[in-house]
Design a protein around this ligand. Structure first.
Ligand code: PEP
Length: 253
């Protein structure tokens, strides 16, 4: 079975103490993940070490960064490099979340640089893609996400693409309470997998986890995750409430 992932994206929420308590509460549920299941907490930079320590003894639980800078090192005041994340033993990094694309003007080309740096440091990128409402309404969402993959990922070798996690996050569903239907999610995930297959072959495409993100909640996770090409979720709002995220982890295939 392909790897199934429940990934929390805390964004710029919670104090350190609140974050620590949230992790304690989630881990207190003692959900034993199967070999093919993972839970990942993408937390603010100052909480990475704490989160990594919290999950250190837990099988298949990981800390992730929500971002990294697209240059190796140097005079970039306030930025955090991939090498720094690697030195903290961080295994995952969210790359290209729509909020970064929108508010920080991150382009597909910049994101390709981030992906490269992550892979050089053995950090798996959780690469986000997804269309805005206007694109969905125009019916060009497939072409739009295909371009995002082509411009940020398709320079990678087959070996490298196997180390990527993709998160399909329709922008119109993020933080809006409006979730894609299971049909919409499955259709897009199957499309993404076919795009990867056309470049790298089916065997490799079948190994790449594709997460759904966009108002995943405790009460819809099971249905979304039951789609054959949906391999879990990237979860914002509902990952901030212990009981909800516990339910979401339990909804993994
Ligand atoms: C996200 O943060 O990537 C996200 C999908 O947020 P939400 O679950 O709140 O829609």
């Amino acid at each position: 079975m392909r790897t199934q992932i429940a990934a929390a994206n805390w964004k710029m929420n919670l104090t350190f103490q609140q974050g620590e308590k949230l992790l304690d509460d989630i881990l207190a549920a003692e959900i034993k993940l199967k070999d093919h299941q993972k839970t990942i907490f993408a937390v603010p930079y100052p909480y990475l070490t704490m989160t990594r320590s919290e999950v250190a003894e837990e099988k298949n639980y990981y800390a992730a960064s929500q971002n990294c800078y697209h240059k190796k090192s140097g005079a970039y005041t306030g930025e955090v490099s991939v090498e720094m994340l690697h030195s903290l033993n961080i295994n995952y990094c969210v790359v290209g979340h729509s909020e970064r694309r929108e508010y920080f003007l991150e382009t597909n080309v910049i994101l390709a640089d981030k992906v490269n740096l992550c892979l050089e440091s053995f950090i798996a990128p959780i690469f986000c893609c997804g269309e805005a409402l206007a694109i969905r309404e125009a019916g060009t969402q497939n072409e739009f996400v295909t371009k995002q993959l082509e411009e940020s990922l398709f320079h990678l070798t087959a070996e490298q693409i196997k180390g990527i996690v993709i998160a399909y996050e329709p922008i119109w569903a993020i933080g809006t309470g409006k979730t894609a239907t299971t049909a919409q999610a499955q259709e897009m995930h199957a499309h993404l997998r076919s795009v990867i297959a056309s470049k790298y072959g089916e065997a490799i495409a079948n190994q790449v986890p594709i997460l759904y993100g966009g108002s995943v909640k405790a009460n819809n996770a099971k249905e979304l995750f039951s789609c054959p090409d949906v391999d879990g979720g990237l979860v914002g709002g509902a990952s901030l409430v212990a009981a909800d995220f516990i339910e979401i982890i339990r909804s993994l295939k």
